[in-house]
Structure formats: C-alpha cells, structure tokens
Ligand binder design. Structure first.
Ligand SMILES: Nc1nc2c(ncn2[C@@H]2O[C@H](COP(=O)(O)OP(=O)(O)O)[C@@H](O)[C@H]2O)c(=O)[nH]1
Ligand SMILES: [Mg+2]
Length: 223
C-alpha cells in the first residue's frame, strides 16, 4: 500500500522545511507502507517551492486557492490512501501512520482529525475559535452530521472514494465540503487530534473566509 501525503502551501518558507521533516516517513516504512509527499504551491513568492523540492517533495504549482490546490494534488497522487495537512506546522502529522492503520483496521473510508480535542496555547484566536464553532454548528444542522470540527484540514482517506465525492469549491470551503460529501457517501469518522500555533502568517482571512464558508453551507443546503 502506498500513502500520498498532500499539502497545499502558499508562502510558507518559515515552516515548510521543518514541516517536511516532521512527516513520519520512516514510521510509515516500518509499518510496510511506501509513501510520497506532494506539495501544491499556490505560486509562492518566497522560497517555499525551492525548499520543498530540495527536500525531495514532488512540487506542483497551481493558481491560488486552497480547494483548487487540493483538487490538483488529488489528481496527481499515485497512492492508495491520501493524508493531508497544512504546511504550517499546526497539524499532528505524527499521527498519520497510526491513523492509516486505524482506517484499514476499522474498514473506514475517510477520517477527519478534530483539532479541538487538544488545541495548544495560541493555536486559535478567540474570533477564529468562535467562527469555527458557528460553521460547525451549521454544518451539523444542515447536513445531519455530528462533527466537532468542520474546518479541520487534516484528513486520511482512500483515494478511490474521490470518484463518489462532488468537490466544487476552489477556496477555503473545500474543507467543509469534503467532510459533508464523505460523511454522506462513505464510511467516515472524526477522531481526536491536536492543533498548534501556526508558524508564519495565516493565509485565511477571518471575516472574508468565515463569511464565504457560511454562505457555501447555505448554498449547498439549498441545492
Ligand atoms: N488561503 C489559501 N491558502 C493557501 C493557498 N495556497 C496554499 N495555501 C495553504 O493552505 C493552508 C491553509 O492556510 P492557512 O493560512 O494555514 O489557513 P488556516 O489554517 O485555516 O488558518 C496553508 O498551508 C497555506 O499555505 C491559497 O491560495 N489560499
Ligand atoms: Mg493552517
């Protein structure tokens, strides 16, 4: 079995090197998996792409947009299982080997990692925390799911389910969209994880992206 780790990045030169070092490739190998790391770069203007290439990651460049980058990344993978995270050192990527085993053992298709189970100091600013909870409330209400974290960017899933998922968003709503689709159409589960303060500057625009994510939920519900 091969694991493809896919990470979007935009101007993350402060984090990308350490982020790639943190991916537990040795542990995956020890458990019998092969692995590849695919970085989708939204045309960074700093050294992010260069650093990633030097570290041995496969780097593709795309137009900006979180969802657009993931959709490109998912077309490029050669693995059977895909794992995702931001490239800003905020997600517990050391959990990937255990979660891959868990996915297989429990015959799941999709796992999303709940950041609120252990959010470290400084990981959420008050407004982000509130915005996340409002978005999760509406996600649960509109789509009959029971998530604790609708906005998590760390997922582990079988590549083959992508045929079934309708993924339309090119922006930040991609994160809630993939969960709504996965919970509707596949065997999906949310598991506890953690969240640390990101390194570098956030690309998320709190009010603009918060509003867009909320609007996306309403529009998807009305479809
Ligand atoms: N918003 C946005 N994020 C991007 C883009 N390209 C790459 N990213 C990456 O997507 C991830 C999520 O962005 P981030 O600012 O960490 O958002 P947050 O984690 O929701 O606060 C990071 O790894 C970014 O570097 C893009 O075009 N737009
Ligand atoms: Mg982030």
């Amino acid at each position: 079995m091969k694991i493809s780790i896919v990470m979007p990045c935009l101007n993350e030169e402060k984090a990308i090197c350490r982020q790639l070092d943190e991916i537990p490739l040795q542990e995956l190998k020890k458990r019998g998996y092969s692995a590849e790391i695919i970085i989708i770069d939204g045309q960074s203007t700093d050294k992010t792409a260069e650093i990633a290439k030097n570290k041995g990651a496969i780097v593709y460049t795309s137009k900006r947009g979180y969802g657009r980058q993931y959709k490109l990344g998912f077309r490029k993978v050669s693995g059977d299982i895909i794992a995702t995270a931001d490239s800003d050192l905020s997600y517990p990527v050391e959990l990937i080997p255990g979660l891959v085993d868990y996915l297989i053992k429990h015959k799941l298709d999709f796992i999303t990692v709940n950041r609120f189970a252990d959010s470290k100091q400084g990981s959420f600013r008050a407004l982000n925390w509130l915005g996340n909870h409002i978005l999760t409330f509406f996600t649960n209400l509109f789509f009959s799911v029971n998530l604790k974290d609708s906005q998590s960017g760390m997922w582990i899933f079988r590549r083959k389910i992508l045929e079934k998922l309708k993924l339309t968003s090119n922006g930040m709503p991609f994160s809630e969209e993939i969960k709504i689709e996965a919970f509707k159409k596949t065997r999906a589960k949310e598991v506890p994880g953690s969240y640390s303060k990101r390194v570098g500057t956030a690309k998320l625009k709190r009010f603009k992206d918060g509003y867009k994510n909320l609007e996306f939920l309403f529009l998807k519900r009305l479809k």
